[in-house]
Design a protein around this ligand. Structure first.
Ligand code: NAP
Length: 258
């Protein structure tokens, strides 16, 4: 399917690896020029080189997207973009009594206030030009809580509430905002979560992965490529009537009718 977005420009945050990288790959495949970002320049430069191999222009900005200085640097380099994919690392797991105010502020900064700041900066120009796409990478935890990820549950649900209202304010200008909710995908983040399980349950990584996969109707982890393809579709010309939605990519793990 021609996604109809060849030649457009996208900012994909936190995209040297994992799900962000999957989104960048799929957008590049659709002919979208990219601004990509991550904190470590080595993997970021490698990602940029690989993406350029798909025939699109790629600007790579090494910066912490959750800091104001990092965001300013990224936004200055990006200029006007047609597509924004927000993403950042997820908060650490723990127990409800582990988290103090500072832990919540860090999670809110990374997973709620950062995507809001990016939208605030980029939406006006998209609206003026009459076309735009925003996809926020959130988590299945906004549909059904993951108890050990209380910081993520809290921060991402806040973002979801913001998007629900804002998406309906900007849609008349041809700009859509949607959230893509990953369940478990085979990335470094999944490895980190599974390592936590090996420690708490005294099992191997293979056992932790098998145990998690067995709990998913699809009986496997998702891939960054599958996730990226879903993101690229939401950014396509065909998805203009999909507004303010929360779309799960979780292999059926969230046991809900709607
Ligand atoms: P990942 O494989 O660990 O990749 C994270 C990417 O983001 C890397 O490129 C990393 O590069 C970059 N990054 C992290 N923090 C950043 C920051 N502050 N500023 C700029 N770049 C940053 O993670 P992932 O699995 O793709 O997960 C992406 C998001 O989806 C996370 O918020 C995660 O919690 C959420 N999620 C993931 C899963 C899953 O199963 N994978 C499930 C549900 C939700 P640097 O380290 O060099 O900055």
């Amino acid at each position: 399917m021609d996604l109809g977005i060849s030649g457009k420009r996208a900012l994909v945050c936190a995209s040297s690896k994992g799900l962000g990288r999957g989104c960048a790959e799929a957008l590049a495949e659709a002919g979208v020029h990219l601004v990509i970002n991550a904190r470590s320049s080595g993997p970021l430069d490698e990602a940029a080189e690989a993406l350029r191999g798909r025939g699109v222009e790629v600007t790579a900005i090494a910066a912490d997207i959750t800091s104001e200085a990092g965001r300013t640097e990224v936004l200055e380099a990006a200029g006007a973009v047609d597509i924004l994919v927000t993403n950042a690392g997820g908060p650490p797991p723990g127990m409800w009594h582990d988290w103090d105010r500072d832990a919540f502020i860090a999670a809110l900064d990374a997973n709620m206030l950062t995507p809001i700041a990016l939208m605030t900066a980029l939406l006006p120009d998209m609206m003026e030009r009459g076309w735009g796409r925003v996809v926020n990478i959130t988590s299945q935890s906004v549909k059904a809580p993951i108890p050990q990820l209380g910081l993520s549950n809290a921060a991402r649900t806040g973002l979801t509430g913001y998007v629900a209202g804002t998406a309906r304010q900007v849609a008349e200008k041809g700009v859509t905002i949607n959230n893509l909710l990953p369940g478990i995908h085979a990335t470094d983040r999944a490895d980190a979560l599974d390592r936590g399980v090996t420690e708490t349950q005294g099992i191997t990584m293979e056992e932790a992965r098998a145990q998690r996969a067995a709990s998913i109707p699809a009986r496997r982890y998702g891939t960054a490529a599958e996730f990226g393809a879903a993101c690229a579709f939401l950014c396509s010309v065909h998805a203009g009537f999909i507004v303010g939605q929360n779309i799960l990519a979780d292999g059926g793990a969230t046991n809900a009718t709607i």
